[in-house]
Design a protein around this ligand. Structure first.
Ligand code: ZN
Length: 234
């Protein structure tokens, strides 16, 4: 029986190593994906902000040109004021001039608002460009980490897998089934070592007779509390 227990303990040791390798790699693709989506989001923001800045520049040009145009018109009306002969004509001119002043006022206010928006956008672009550079740097590093992890873990995995297979094939089928069932249910653990006569899985103190039997290694003993297969290194 000692041999059977030893086989399971060895199997557990290989499985622990394989689990560790797979866990190491498991996290990296997730991290890469996150960085990639962050990078895409920031680049989209930069593109959108730059497009908005171009639009604002166009509007600013248009608003300034319009102000210049109406100012010319305003000058013309001012000169005409000296030539009018009736109050009605005077009022009509004054009315036109007020409308022009209103246009200039509105345009100037819009220009101020647009320039404020432009400054904010330009700052956002600057900030996002720095973030983007950092993310791209992280991304490059994570990619090479992943490649290295893949190389390292795959080598190690390919070394361990045939060992695992060979060992599993030599273990009694019923026992292997119990071991696998526990591994699935107990976060990868199919057989546990007892610590100071306590179960290494549920940590309950074993009855003295059970602890003695585990140490004897004459038969495979399960924890009376949680059912886990037990072994002792004493
Ligand atoms: Zn237990």
């Amino acid at each position: 029986m000692e041999k059977v227990i030893k086989q399971l303990v060895d199997l557990q040791s290989i499985d622990n190593q394989l689990d560790k390798l797979r866990a190491k790699r498991g996290d990296l693709p997730e991290r890469l994906k996150k960085l990639e989506s962050q990078s895409t989001l920031i680049l989209t923001n930069i593109t959108d902000d730059k497009a908005r800045i171009r639009e604002i520049n166009k509007d600013l040009k248009h608003l300034s040109a319009e102000i210049e145009d109406v100012k010319v018109q305003l000058e013309k009306y001012k000169n005409q004021l000296y030539l009018v002969t009736t109050n009605k004509e005077y009022d009509a001119l004054q009315h036109e001039m007020d409308a022009i002043k209103e246009t200039i006022n509105t345009n100037e206010n819009t220009i101020i608002e647009s320039e404020d928006e432009k400054i904010e956008l330009e700052e956002a672009v600057k900030r996002n460009s720095i973030s983007s550079e950092n993310i791209i740097r992280d991304l490059t590093k994570s990619k090479s980490d992943l490649e290295n992890a893949m190389i390292n873990t795959i080598d190690e995995e390919q070394r361990l897998e045939p060992l695992r297979e060979k060992l599993a094939a030599s273990v009694d089928k019923g026992l292997l089934f119990t071991y696998e069932r526990f591994r699935k249910a107990r976060r990868g653990r199919g057989i546990v070592r007892i610590h100071r006569d306590s179960c290494g899985s549920c940590f309950n103190q074993l009855p003295p007779q059970t602890a003695i039997e585990v140490k004897k290694m004459e038969s495979l003993i399960s924890c009376p509390n949680c059912g886990m297969l037990l072994y002792s290194e004493e």
